[in-house]
Design a protein around this ligand. Sequence first.
Ligand SMILES: NC(=O)c1ccc[n+]([C@@H]2O[C@H](COP(=O)([O-])OP(=O)(O)OC[C@H]3O[C@@H](n4cnc5c(N)ncnc54)[C@H](O)[C@@H]3O)[C@@H](O)[C@H]2O)c1
Length: 398
Amino acid sequence: MSTTPPPGTIGVGLISVGWMGRLHSRAYNALPLIYPELGITPRLVQAADTAQAGRDYAENVLGYKSTTADYHEVLANPEVDVVSICAPNFLHAEVGIAAAKAGKPFWIEKPVGRSGTETAVVEAAAVEAGVATCIGFNYRHVPAVELAKKLILDGQLGRITNVRGRFFGGFSSNPEDPLAWRFVRSLSGSGVLGDLMGHLVDLMHYVLGPISAVTASTGTYLTERPALPGSATTGLAPVENEDYANMLIRFHDSAVAAGALGSLEASRIAVGASSDYGFEINGTEGSVRWNFARMNELHVALTRTGPFVGFTTVLANSAFPEFARFQPSSGTGMGYDDLKTIEAKKFLLAVTGGPAESSNIHDAVASANVLDAAEESATSGAWVSLPVVAGSTAAFAK
Ligand SMILES: NC(=O)c1ccc[n+]([C@@H]2O[C@H](COP(=O)([O-])OP(=O)(O)OC[C@H]3O[C@@H](n4cnc5c(N)ncnc54)[C@H](O)[C@@H]3O)[C@@H](O)[C@H]2O)c1
């Protein structure tokens, strides 16, 4: 079993120094500045990356004490108390299991596994080792999302009747872009389901409660891409996972949104879309709308009579959860990096025995199970039922 280090200086190990690895590191560095009262000071100890450029960046820019090409060295380093796992998808399960076996609490990027089954193996390893976990479900921490959740839990929207969510990106819309790991099933697992829909499913669980059943359709439209330079194949190679997915959802009776219906969509080839990620939730007494493109706004409708019928746009302000930590007043917006600082805080609170605010490995299993069910339904055309995952932080009815 792992031991719980007290607040104080916490040694950080990083696996992979790409976009997410750099962002986790900036979040650790920001934490004592944003949350000084916690008395937690992360110390960047060792970073692993197979690319020399990543190792150089970790040492010279981020300030890690040492670097290595072999992530096992990070896990074996006695100065490393916690680990950030920011590798490509195909390494997540392997590294997560190894971190658990080494007794290191870990903050891991999504998707944790390439399937629900693989994610459950990581879950079993973390539970057996008794290590704290945190998943890169960063959109949970948006103050406007937290406020929407609070309005729903307080009953201000009445009974939730339906939700519509989408996550559209255009980052894979160019058919000339090469066949990177994201398009290869053995390396990535599913396509846009694991990449984008997993975030949306987690947000549904977090705000509305556990999903009980799905029926889904998927499509692959850019079916071939140029093989990566240096790979065994030349010319065009097949894309092995889906570009687009949609699903209809229902919620468990134990969910805050029990009885509600919903539809979710995700695309990685939507020309013109840049993280067009949002939801609209309707209840018998009110509605909320949010979109990441305008992260600091919440659109709220809380009356059906009088002059203020319709949606009001509220700019995030100090009454929104966490906002005042970052900005003094509305109109000055928080950014994406701030979400990771909040995530780092929640992770290290979980590690040091503080309040349980963090997502955890059970949330990763819950999201992965829904994505597996969507794939199954896309083949069979049937509704697929899902169990409630024990230990998840989904929004359950009181
Ligand atoms: N939470 C989010 O919103 C979010 C956003 C983007 C990416 N992600 C996830 O984060 C993960 C990383 O994505 P990224 O965009 O940072 O990728 P990236 O391509 O920027 O970086 C990946 C890094 O991994 C390194 N690497 C490859 N093999 C390695 C090995 N064996 N050992 C150590 N390092 C190795 C590469 O050299 C590279 O530096 C992915 O799983 C992705 O799904 C999450």
